[in-house]
Each structure stands twice: as C-alpha cells, then as structure tokens.
Design a protein around this ligand. Structure first.
Ligand code: FES
Length: 261
C-alpha cells in the first residue's frame, strides 16, 4: 500500500516463527522503499519489530545461497526477490524451506545436503606423464561450466517433490543438486571414473521423473533437468538397459556347451 503524501509504501508480511517443535505465522507491517528486495524488508522487521527473528544470509548478492526461503509459496532467494514483484495489498508470506527440518524461524537445517554430497565419487583425473600438463579444449570444458554456477542454495532440493513430499526418499535419492554435481564430474574432460552404477544404485537417479520444478527455481539459471539429469539418465540407461548390451552379456554368461556334435 502506498501513501499518497510521502511515497512511503507499507507491506504486511506473514513470517513463520517457531522451531523444530512448533511454529505459526506472525504478521508484521513495515515500510519499504522502491528497489528493495524481500531480505531488506525482513531485516527491517528484525531491526524494528522482532529482534529475535532468525534469518540466514551472507552476501546479499545472490552468490552465497544462504537466504533461501519460500516466498508466497515459491522457493526463492530473499536477496534476489524484488518487492516490486508483489504489487498488492494482501500479506506476503515468508516461510522456511519445507523439505528440511526447521531450526528457528526462517532458518532450516540443510545438513542432509552435506551428508549425501560425499556419495558422489570425486574427480578422478587421468594420469599424466612427469612434466606433462592436462590440456583441455575450450569446447570440452564449456559443458561443465554451467554446473559450476551452482551456489548451493538448495532451492532445487526444496522444490523436488521426491524429497519434499516423501521423507523416506531421503535415504534413496540425493536430489537434483547432487545430480548436477554428478553430471559435472561425469562430463569433465579429464575425469576417468565411471559413476553410472553409483548413479543408479546409490544416488537414486531413477527417482527423478523429470518434472523440471528444480530447473524453474534455480537462481543461477542452470538447466538442471535438460543438461544434467537427462544426460545422466541416458548414460545409466545405456549402461544397464541397452538391449544389445544385455544380449551380449547374456551370451557371454551362457555355460559353454562345447562343440556341436
Ligand atoms: S544472501 Fe547470499 S544468496 Fe542471498
């Protein structure tokens, strides 16, 4: 709502307050100025109305991935979401990421992501001769540069319904962020490891059913589904479900019946 006299605008925010045990939305009304982002307004609430409000942030530039939240139901970075997007009188709802356990207010425990990160086997660069350096063509490295833009905000993990709606899947599926890491390593020009069995059996790549929700919320604009997950699914299918391969494996495993008589 904008005041005609002063040009000052006021916004009503419904911010989730609570901890791992219980919580509820509390409404605050604060002024905001043209050009501000949601994080500015949340900080104003913290500075003027709720000094104990817990909110995680660091860079305020969309680079550290700390300020993830659900703003009007959509996972976003608070520091990169302009207030001008929400031109209306109804309250703006700000909630913590639903997929991870609440710690306090807008802060969640994203430890799941660090726990499963180690399940993706690291880079295994091919050996070089003494004095030799790796030479990489620009065209070969370009493909993985996109994946380096990930800031680990975990918005893709939050929106992924496989994790969000089924807590038990966290044992079986690592989520889109880690499939991006998998693709980054698999497509790296000097890497020698074969992670296809890991992708299938340990990372649960088949749980992804390509709804593209992760791609839609990625603030770094990574084409998670098309450029990381689908190519990795294709590699896994090629390794485990290619009919010619299966036939060849079957023939190889047949007991030798000796020469025909
Ligand atoms: S504060 Fe760093 S991404 Fe928002």
């Amino acid at each position: 709502m904008r005041s005609a006299d002063t040009g000052t605008q006021t916004v009503r925010l419904r911010i989730w307050r609570g901890d791992s045990q219980a919580g509820r939305f509390v409404e605050y009304s604060v002024p905001f100025n043209d050009g501000e982002v949601v994080l500015d307004v949340v900080h104003r609430v913290q500075a003027t109305l709720a000094p104990d409000l817990a909110v995680r942030w660091n860079c305020k530039a969309g680079k550290c991935g700390s300020c993830s939240a659900e703003i009007d139901g959509r996972p976003r970075l608070m520091c990169m979401t302009r207030m001008s997007l929400f031109d209306r009188d109804s309250p703006l709802t700000i909630a913590p990421l639903k997929t991870f356990p609440a710690e306090r207010d807008l802060v969640t425990d994203v430890g799941f992501n660090y726990a499963v990160a180690g399940r993706v086997p690291p880079l295994a660069p091919r050996q070089t001769e003494p004095g030799e350096h790796h030479r990489i063509w620009d065209a070969d490295i370009e493909r993985v540069q996109e994946f380096h833009r990930c800031i680990e905000c975990f918005l893709c993990q939050d929106v992924c319904h496989v994790l969000r709606d089924h807590e038990s899947n966290k044992n079986k599926f690592v989520g889109p962020r880690h499939l991006v890491r998998l693709a980054e390593l698999e497509m790296h020009p000097i890497d020698t490891a074969d992670r296809r069995a890991t992708a299938r059996h340990d990372l649960g790549i088949s749980y992804c059913n390509i709804t593209r929700c992760c791609t839609e919320v990625c603030p770094a604009g990574i084409a998670i589904t098309d450029n990381a997950i689908i190519p990795m699914k294709e590699r896994v299918a090629d390794r485990f479900f290619d009919p010619l391969r299966l036939l060849a494996a079957k023939l190889r495993s047949r007991p030798d019946s000796g020469p025909a008589k």
